[in-house]
Design a protein around this ligand. Structure first.
Ligand SMILES: [Fe+2]
Ligand SMILES: [Fe+2]
Length: 256
C-alpha cells in the first residue's frame, strides 16, 4: 500500500454575501472577493452559495455576484435567501423552474448529491417549508436512496435559544415536518444553511445541521438578545470534503 490517498471531493459553501448592503461595517464586495481568493488555491470541485447573494435583489447586484464568483471556474449552485428574489435569481443563474416558483433542485456532483430546498417566504425574513416543497423533497430523495446527499437551504432548521434569531427562522411545525421526511431517507448525511451569519451545529433526525458564516457581516452570540447584534469577527466559509464515502465539513475563517 502506498501512503498516497485520493484527493477528497470538495464542495465549498459560501453564504450571505449581501452584495449591495450598507448596514454593517465593511464592504460586501471586498468580503466576497477575499473569500474567493482564499478558496481558489483549494481548487474546489463545486461551489454552493446558500442565499442572500444580494441585499436588494437588483440586476446590478446579481451581475456583480456572478463576476466575483467567476474566478472560481467551477459549477456554481445557488439558492435564494430572504433578501433574494426568485425571479431575479433565475435571470442571472441557470435554475430550474420559472418566475417566482420555489427554487428547488438536485445536482449529482459525483461522489455527493446536492439537494436544494427553498425556505423563503417572499417578502418576509422568516422562512417556511410548505407541504408542496416537502412532497417534492420526499420524492426527490426517494429517487436516489443510495446516493450520499447534502441537503442545503437558507434558513437553518434549528432552534437556537436566541430570540432574535429564532424569530426569523423556520416555524416549529415546519422543522417537525422536515424531520418526518428525513426519517425515511437515511442517505441524507448533512444539512447545511446560512441566514444567521454565524457558525453552529445542531441536529435534525439524527443528522448534523451546520450553519456557515457570512462573507459580509457576522452576528454576535448573545443569548436572550431580542435584536440581532453584529460583531467584527472574521468572515468565513465551509468546505465539505467527501473522501471514501465520509463527509467532513470544515469551517474556514478568512483573513481580512
Ligand atoms: Fe443574510
Ligand atoms: Fe437571510
Amino acid at each position: 500500500m502506498s501512503g498516497l490517498m485520493a484527493r477528497p471531493f470538495l464542495l465549498v459553501q459560501l453564504s450571505d454575501p449581501h452584495i449591495g448592503a450598507e448596514w454593517a461595517d465593511g464592504d460586501p464586495v471586498a468580503g466576497l472577493a477575499t473569500a474567493v481568493e482564499s478558496i481558489r488555491p483549494m481548487r474546489p470541485d463545486a461551489v454552493l452559495v446558500s442565499g442572500d447573494l444580494s441585499d436588494n435583489a437588483s440586476d446590478a447586484e446579481y451581475e456583480q455576484v456572478r463576476d466575483l464568483l467567476a474566478p472560481l471556474r467551477v459549477p456554481l449552485h445557488v439558492l435564494p435567501g430572504n433578501h433574494d428574489d426568485r425571479h431575479a435569481l433565475r435571470r442571472h443563474f441557470p435554475l430550474p423552474g420559472a418566475g417566482d416558483d420555489p427554487v428547488h433542485y438536485s445536482a449529482d456532483l459525483g461522489p455527493l448529491r446536492l439537494v436544494v430546498l427553498d425556505t423563503t417566504r417572499p417578502g418576509e425574513d422568516p422562512g417556511q417549508l410548505d407541504a408542496e416543497q416537502l412532497g417534492w423533497l420526499d420524492a426527490e430523495l426517494a429517487a436516489a436512496p443510495n446516493a450520499p446527499t447534502l441537503l442545503a437551504m437558507h434558513h437553518p432548521p434549528l432552534v437556537t435559544g436566541v430570540p432574535a434569531w429564532d424569530a426569523i427562522c423556520l416555524p416549529a411545525a415546519d422543522r417537525q415536518a422536515l424531520r418526518d421526511v428525513l426519517e425515511h431517507h437515511r442517505q441524507v448525511r448533512r444539512l447545511v444553511a446560512g441566514h444567521l451569519h454565524c457558525t453552529f451545529a445542531g441536529e435534525l433526525a439524527d443528522r448534523t445541521v451546520l450553519t456557515v458564516p457570512s462573507t459580509y457581516a457576522q452576528a454576535r452570540l448573545e443569548f436572550g438578545a431580542q435584536e440581532i447584534e453584529l460583531t467584527t469577527e472574521p468572515a468565513g466559509f465551509a468546505v465539505h470534503a467527501m473522501l471514501d464515502g465520509q463527509l467532513i465539513s470544515h469551517n474556514q475563517l478568512v483573513d481580512a
